[in-house]
Write a protein that binds this ligand. Structure first.
Ligand code: HEC
Ligand code: HEC
Length: 398
């Protein structure tokens, strides 16, 4: 069932050969054609009703892009805008800096297992609240696909989501969960626009979406999987995930101190009885219930601890652009940050995931057909800007 893979990687340089204005038009032209330009009604992201930016938005966007006339990717640091009121804390994140070294809380690796830890019994029969299913732990391996604890919580999964397609194409639902809610080490897919998901999978297939931290397992697996995924399976999966509603999943808590955590299985795990530590300039995203998350329960969400004041600072940056330090996110992602047309939704999504994306747009690891639209936004961001932005975005109602 695997279709031949279109492997031709389109050569693309960050230096536009045409004028900035033509360049901007070319990028905009890659968006689907408008079905209702200028429409003021709420925008929908269902495939059949997709709208692009209203006409005025297109003009402003083109001007915005035309005005940024940058050079090659590696002098994007030079685009750093003058700081606005309050100024950014620290310098913009450096190109070429290690991903885990820059944002260890977003690029979570694995610590060695604690001494004397005993692995759970593979024959133990387990279940989760609200499920009529019982499984042996050993049945939770990826070869069996995602455990479907709550089959009533989503439409029937297509084969690609439930079982994968061989040749490194692992079942999508195993990582992204059957209902597409996702986890901090991967991403939520539920409710993202169909065109957006298809575009991302095209970018993966063309090698234009890479990870900045190959030591982190899940993004590396996604990259390999993306290179091997057929165009047909990509569309089937995108159709499934875009049809799902993304539900509130992350509880954002502002705090000065967080429970001490260790890195295990690519997430933060609370070290029981170890007390607390200052949060510092971090977001610490932790399962609400570690055991349920380990069992891949798609009804158990996450809590994100964020520094005190970060939500309000992030709101200011996201809504005003921080006096030129970045570009108002609402401009492209919608007033409620729930996405517009093919532009993805950010509200209520994983802060760890979003932080990785901001870093990867900045370093060019994420270099898909539409990624240039994010260039100016990320050019001058500091680590604390990223913390503030993702804290605010995650705190919003999806
Ligand atoms: C091994 C775990 C794993 C499996 C299996 C997996 N993914 Fe992913 N996926 C990831 C991770 C991790 C990311 C986020 C990478 C990052 O942080 O940049 C991701 C990101 C994505 C994105 C980008 C989302 C966005 O908002 O831009 C899409 C689309 C996607 N996956 C689709 C799929 C599809 C379709 C399948 C099944 C064919 C699948 N994935 C299977 C781990 C997985
Ligand atoms: C000029 C339009 C534009 C502006 C302004 C903009 N974005 Fe984006 N953003 C996009 C587009 C288009 C994409 C999809 C890029 C791609 O496909 O590679 C995107 C993608 C993203 C993603 C990745 C989402 C995912 O699911 O992987 C994040 C996170 C993001 N933007 C955050 C922001 C933040 C934060 C701001 C404001 C500080 C912002 N954006 C401002 C157009 C914009």
């Amino acid at each position: 069932m695997i279709a031949p893979k279109p492997r031709a990687v389109k050569a693309r340089s960050r230096i536009p050969e045409d004028s900035p204005k033509q360049h901007a038009r070319r990028i905009l032209a890659s968006f689907p054609t408008a079905a209702g330009r200028g429409a003021a009604e709420p925008l929908s992201w269902r495939r059949s009703e997709v709208r692009v930016f209203p006409t005025s938005g297109v003009v402003v966007l083109a001007l915005l892009l035309a005005s940024c006339g940058r050079g090659a990717g590696d002098d994007r640091a030079a685009t750093a805008a003058a700081p606005g009121d309050g100024g950014p804390a620290g310098p913009p994140i450096a190109l070429g800096a290690g991903a885990h070294e820059t944002l260890p809380w977003a690029y979570v690796l694995n610590d060695p297992a604690p001494e004397g830890a005993t692995p759970p019994d593979p024959d133990e029969v387990v279940t989760v609240p609200g499920s009529s299913l019982s499984l042996r732990r050993r049945d939770l391996g990826i070869a069996n696909g995602p455990p479907d604890w709550h089959p009533d919580g989503h439409p029937p999964m297509p084969e690609i989501v439930a079982s994968g397609a061989g040749e490194g194409v692992l079942p999508c639902g195993y990582c992204h969960l059957p209902n597409g809610q996702g986890k901090p080490e991967n991403s939520s897919l539920a409710g993202q626009p169909f065109e957006y998901l298809v575009q991302q999978l095209d970018d993966y297939r063309a090698g234009r979406r890479r990870t900045a931290e190959p030591r982190m397992g899940p993004p590396t697996l996604m990259t390999t999987l993306g290179l091997n995924l057929s165009a047909t399976d990509a569309r089937v999966a995108a159709e499934y995930f875009s049809s799902l509603e993304y539900r509130p999943w992350i509880r954002v808590v502002e705090t000065d101190s967080v429970p001490l955590t260790r890195f295990a299985g690519w997430i933060h795990e609370v070290v029981e009885g170890a007390g607390a530590e200052p949060i510092g300039e971090r977001v610490v995203e932790i399962p609400e219930d570690l055991e349920r998350t380990r069992l891949r329960d798609d009804a158990s969400g996450f809590v994100a601890y964020v520094p005190r004041g970060s939500v309000a600072r992030g709101r200011e940056l996201a809504r005003s652009g921080g006096g030129g330090r970045t570009v108002a996110c609402t401009f492209c992602h919608g007033a409620e940050l729930r996405g517009i047309g093919p532009v993805p939704a950010l509200a209520g999504r994983s802060p760890s995931y979003m932080a990785r994306q901001l870093f990867e747009f900045r370093t060019g690891h994420r270099d898909g057909s539409w990624s240039e639209l994010m260039d100016q936004t990320v050019a001058a961001l500091t680590v604390s800007d990223i913390v503030d932005l993702v804290a605010y975005l995650a705190s919003l109602d999806p």
